[in-house]
Design a protein around this ligand. Sequence first.
Ligand code: URA
Ligand code: SF4
Length: 220
Amino acid sequence: MSAVAHPEYSALPFIPKSHSVKKLREAAQYCQGCPLFENASQTVFGEGHSDPTIMLVGEQPGDQEDVAGKPFVGPAGKLLDICMREAGISREQAYVTNIVKHFKWVQRGKRRIHDQPNAMEVTACKPWLEAEMEAVHPKLVIALGATAAQGLAGRNFRVTRQRGEIIRVEKYPPIMATVHPSSLLRQATSEDRHRETHLFIADLKKGAEFVSGKKFLGKL
Ligand code: URA
Ligand code: SF4
């Protein structure tokens, strides 16, 4: 579905002039820029260091994030914390957010199951992320998974082919994409999970090396 077909969906009218993260977070609680606010508990805005070296961008809050009002506090977030630590990135020096800020879900029995946001919802919500990037100006944005990567770098971006590369998108800080930590939790065997987790940590390390300017050997 093309975003152009629904130009009425956009967070833009809800974004305040003042671009402090605090003001943005307060205003985002009232966003009705797309239909996703209707079925979620609250807006889950980004949080972290006010002058971060790295911003991590996930897809959308999950069930636990929706309840807590904080990004990456559930199972994927706990794994992300461990992998970040392994890669030498502390959650305190980073800013963590999502490209879509309301939980989209479908009922399955008693559980609320994650439902992938569509391109229209990503486009509608992206102005919040752009405002966050302007407010905290990270040295590097790490997109976690295809939704965030394609939302930032375009629909032709392929995480499988381009993970770990630093790419440039006009008006944005340097971007690197890798897989989403929840994909590690879905691996079929423990062998697969170990391998994929190591690859994920290796990507995060490339990001850490890029911002520290030490020995980034990838393409620029
Ligand atoms: N998955 C995400 O993409 N973001 C969160 O905040 C939690 C899980
Ligand atoms: Fe606004 Fe984003 Fe929530 Fe849609 S998902 S209502 S654009 S904050």
